[in-house]
Design a protein around this ligand. Structure first.
Ligand code: GDP
Length: 393
């Protein structure tokens, strides 16, 4: 499906940049527009792919292009004040060619954390197209203020979007890696998963396996109903045979081989579905109780089959307890691998969010205590013991 991507803040802009690269590299054709919004001029200048006229600097009168310094209340205020400038960039998007908006931001900082929910609310008021969010949670080693920012932004962002897809940096952190190097790899993981998911809806109907190809309406229906979503992924390399193994055995008239091939393909698909659902999700959670799910099997058409997807779908129904599990193909000739992407929409049993909220509340209490304490200390420093001195005015 065709998306208008809007990256808010540094993380948001970098991820949109990566999406554009992915789109160009794979020919997925999902990025119809790419916009970056920031309060920091340097971050906007560091982007590579987003067109210059689609980079919007907001809050110039307040922060002079230097960013909001992890103050997400200021981030939200500035976004409200300068929403017309953001709208100016969105006005140049042919919205009638777009299936949905996707607002992307790291929730731990200031600009994206505060601004993304404001923009989502604005877009929903103006357009009929769905507005989705992709929110990145901070690593638990980033400290209290980032956790507090993320917890508050998460709560607000979920309310303002049609669905909030979440990626948890904490679950993807690798020890001993430089932060920026780590982010590069993490951002690749993000665009791979969401690129395959949204790319699936971009395949034209009427191709060789037309009846089981995922349509963008299936993605939209899985996301509709709101709430929080997470995405699983698993892949396996496959050898590409000209015309496919099935065709080869048909030509040689060897029906036995073909049965074997089919069974093997089916088993590979069901195993990839399990690996994707039970492996590392973008937001780790209990999959039982998921409201809706979508299974996308991507790969060379000869390595996809209906039986595998049907079995995978049934298994997902059992595991999630959901009656709304959709599934289909995303044929990609010459990809060299078969991948399963699972969108779990409306997840509610997410220990990581509860932990984030707990740490955020503690951070908030600490900040209040420290502020009170330093105010008391300052008062006792500047006033004399007996109150004998008088201020000038
Ligand atoms: P902002 O510019 O004020 O919105 O803040 P940033 O986007 O710089 O940072 C917000 C949070 O996003 C940080 O606390 C990190 O957890 C995360 N972050 C920053 N850069 C990246 C990135 O390139 N990729 C990912 N996945 N997360 C990032």
């Amino acid at each position: 499906m065709k998306l208008a991507l809007i990256g808010f803040g540094q993380a948001g802009g970098k991820i949109v940049d990566k999406f554009v690269q992915y789109d160009q590299r794979t020919g997925s054709d999902i990025v119809r527009a790419a916009v970056a919004v920031n309060t920091a001029k340097a971050d906007l200048m560091g982007l590579e792919e987003i067109p210059q006229d689609q980079r919007v600097l907001i809050g110039q009168s307040r922060v002079k292009g230097h960013g909001v310094g992890a103050d997400n209340e200021l981030g939200a205020e500035v976004a409200e004040e300068d929403i017309d400038e953001v709208q100016g960039a969105i006005d140049s998007i042919p919205v009638h060619e777009v299936d949905a908006f996707l607002v992307i931001a790291g929730l731990g900082g200031g600009t994206g954390s505060g601004g993304a929910p404001v923009l989502a609310k604005h877009l929903k008021r103006i357009y009929t197209e769905p507005v989705y969010g992709l929110g990145v949670l901070p690593g638990s080693d980033e400290g209290g203020i980032y956790t507090l920012n993320a917890a508050r932004s998460f709560q607000t962002f979920v309310r303002e979007v049609d669905n909030l897809m979440v990626f948890d940096n904490d679950a993807w952190r690798k020890t001993g890696e430089s932060v920026s190097g780590g982010y590069d790899e993490i951002n690749e993981e993000i665009v791979k998963r969401f690129g395959i998911l949204f790319g699936a809806g971009e395949i034209d109907q009427g191709q060789e396996v037309a009846e089981s190809v995922v349509d963008s309406s299936e993605i939209i229906n899985t996301l509709s109903g709101g709430g929080v979503s997470t995405v699983g992924y698993a892949s396996e390399e496959v050898e590409e045979t000209a015309g496919g193994g099935g065709l080869l055995s048909r030509l040689t008239g060897d029906a036995g081989d073909e049965d074997l091939d089919t069974a093997h393909t089916t088993n590979r698909i069901t195993s990839l579905v399990r690996k994707a659902a039970l492996g590392r999700l973008t937001l780790p959670c209990e999959i039982e109780g998921t409201e809706r799910a979508l299974l996308v099997m991507a790969g060379p058409p000869e390595h996809l089959n209906r039986k595998g997807i049907e079995r995978g779908r049934k298994w997902l129904e059992e595991q999630t307890g959901s009656m709304e599990v959709r599934g289909g193909d995303y044929p990609v000739s010459g990809s060299g691998f078969v991948a399963s992407v699972i969108l779990l929409s409306g997840v509610t049993n997410v220990p990581r969010i509860k932990e984030l909220q707990q740490v955020a509340i503690e951070a908030q209490d600490n900040i209040d205590d420290i502020q009170q304490e330093s105010q008391d200390n300052l008062d006792s420093l500047i006033s004399d013991d007996e109150d004998e001195l008088e201020s000038l005015f």
